[in-house]
Write a protein that binds this ligand. Structure first.
Ligand SMILES: CC(=O)[C@@H](O)[C@H](O)COP(=O)(O)O
Ligand SMILES: NCC(=O)COP(=O)(O)O
Length: 250
């Protein structure tokens, strides 16, 4: 089974937030992504709402429920009380728990499962009681003991943090080494009964090698690289539309 693609809308929201205007529309781009076959939408609402705003969440929930009932909503974030309340209000199919400090620019590491065993155990139990699938963000280096603890928290899946892999875009040998490690980590997780997702800095260029090393990869969530491509591949047609609006016969 090919890995499912969940489109992360954070980067679209960040562009929208440059002005007090409703475009680019977060739900509008979400609709285009789902209509094109994406299996779900991901958001990572950060406490300062610098990209996804809390007010974006219900319209995304409604879009999925009303127009794409097969699709999944994946909410990512640090499990403090306000994030957990947002999750409980908007009932995503999947919650991805990420160890982010509120001041962090972006996610840059997985959980220290040894230190956070109790925190994660309590949060996972609370979320599972509501029926949400729970995934926990994990570093890519194979650490069987850490993954065993991840399993003990009751989580269903790990999401492999692929930032270091994405950072190898100019060094194919290093990328191969990191992909082997990610593959080994995924194998250990799968043996323990955890499903495996992956995300961060994934692109059209680096996905094939990752998928080759993790054949059972369940889902990738992609925002930054996918939004960059959407701009690049949509630019020519957009310029033609604006030239027509200027009165040119294009
Ligand atoms: C967990 C993860 O890797 C993504 O959610 C990433 O953090 C995207 O968030 P930003 O768009 O805020 O960088
Ligand atoms: N979980 C990772 C994610 O949702 C998107 O990360 P990125 O593609 O924006 O780096």
């Amino acid at each position: 089974m090919p890995a499912k693609l969940s489109v992360n809308l954070n980067a679209v929201a960040m562009l929208r937030n440059r002005r007090d205007l409703p475009w680019p529309s977060v739900t509008g781009l979400g609709r285009i992504a789902l209509a094109a076959g994406a299996s779900g939408l991901t958001v990572h609402p950060r406490p300062d709402q610098r990209h996804i705003r809390f007010s974006d969440l219900q319209p995304i929930r409604d879009l999925i429920d009303d127009e794409f009932p097969e699709a999944e909503f994946n909410m990512e974030g640090y499990p403090n009380e306000s994030f957990l309340e947002l999750v409980e209000r908007h009932e995503p199919e999947q919650v991805t728990l990420v160890p982010d400090d509120p001041a962090q620019a972006t996610s840059d590491h997985g959980w220290d499962f040894r230190k956070n065993h109790n925190l994660l155990g309590n949060v996972v139990a609370r979320l599972k009681k509501k029926g949400f699938r729970v995934s926990v963000f994990a570093d890519g280096d194979p650490d069987p003991e850490a993954l065993r603890i991840a399993r003990e928290t009751g989580a269903d899946r790990i999401e492999l943090y692929t930032g270091p892999y994405g950072g190898c875009y100019d060094d194919p040998e290093k990328a191969e080494r990191v992909a082997v490690e990610l593959g080994r980590t995924a194998e250990i997780a799968l043996e323990l009964g955890l499903g495996v997702n992956a995300g961060h800095d994934l692109t059209v260029a680096n996905l094939p090698l990752l998928v080759a090393h993790i054949p059972a990869l369940a889902e990738v969530s992609i925002g930054h690289g996918l939004t960059a491509d959407a701009l690049e591949y949509g630019m020519a047609e957009t310029v033609r539309r604006f030239r027509r609006a200027c009165g040119e016969a294009v």
